[in-house]
Design a protein around this ligand. Sequence first.
Ligand SMILES: [Fe+2]
Ligand SMILES: [Fe+2]
Length: 447
Amino acid sequence: MPAILIVDDNKPITDLLEMILEEDSEREFSIAKCYSGQEALEIIELQKPDFIISDIKMAPMNGIELLHRVRAIDEKIPFIFMIGFADLILIDEAIKIGANDLIIKPFDGEAILELIERYLPITENEKKKARDDDYCKIDLNKFISGKEIPCSLFIKIREDHYVKLANKGDPIPVDKLLEYKEKKLKFLHVLKDEYCEFVGFNLQILKALEKNNKIDNTKVANFINYTNSILQEKTILKDLDQSDVEEIKAYTDMTLSLLKKRTTLLILLKGLADSSEYAYAHALSTAILSYLIAKEVEWDAEPTLFKVFLSGLLHDTGLKELDKEIITKNPALFNDTEKEEYEGHTTRGMEILNAAGGLPEEVILSAYQHHEDCLGKGYPLGINKQKITPISRLIACADIIDDRLIGTKELSLSHYRSSLEQILRYKKAHYDSKFLRALCTILKVDF
Ligand SMILES: [Fe+2]
Ligand SMILES: [Fe+2]
């Protein structure tokens, strides 16, 4: 039976831990408790434990010194610190001298047992590792705004290593996050599976399909670098508030990192980029503008923001099957065949996204409906405002102002402004005024 040593100068904590371990129905432990670093060393000399859980702030010997002394005797005993929010500044040092993990006080029994489960097998060479690919990072500010994101929250300590801050379903510890922000922490991490479940993006159902759509890691890394280089060039970003720019870059990064788990979709996006550099750059612009519009109209719920961003990114999926000449040609100059072929990208987009599986319905519909207009004069169906989904109406606004700038060299914010002014002058009634108005606020144009 594994021997566990609990060290804390606060007796109620050692008693609580003892109770948690004794009540674990899965495993049995032999438990030793002590109340100072010195006592702990004496116990360790007599009989080496299999696992040590220690407070970090104790006197006269604190947890850091205890760990130093333990590591001099044995480099491998799993050693976990219990740490208060205020002491997180000690994390780096604790990890540097060989702490395996940390748990933030107050903690619950499940979190302690999870850590024991993860590290006890170290002695049996069976360590379960957290993997970077299982997590995605989210802007800390999103949690500070008090927005509910019911996922467990983690801080990344180093590569493949995360410390849990709050369990799924717990209230978000806003005060503590403000302290982190002061310490220049920008991102928290959540498990991709939990985040996707929350935003309604199914990662799980089509494992068999994903297996047939493998893409090697170098290609994925190159594609993500390529995306970042496009974002770097995006002039629209240069004129936005710096905090908006950082948020958008982080959101793009997160979305692509989720798509690493849905390679079918990543391959679709890459296919769009391969068919035309313009089409992919346009997809990114549409996603960015759509995200900004959604925030401006206070669509603040995370599942909605995610669907809007993904809709922007995937709205022109159907274009990837068209010739580059058609994609980049001014639609006013199409002959009848070209017009029919081009307009088919909406229906094709919907079919492709449907087949990809696991996407929220709104995302698929926005590929189908983003060329419909509020007067019923769009395509493919010519339906009117009431029948077009709100996200499709939003995407239509972002899409049109970027699409009108095709072929414009050295785009600047003034190009976007004049594109919007033209829409307001000649086609205002065709677009949802709520979203056009939001665009006017973002681009500082009179409605
Ligand atoms: Fe389109
Ligand atoms: Fe488009």
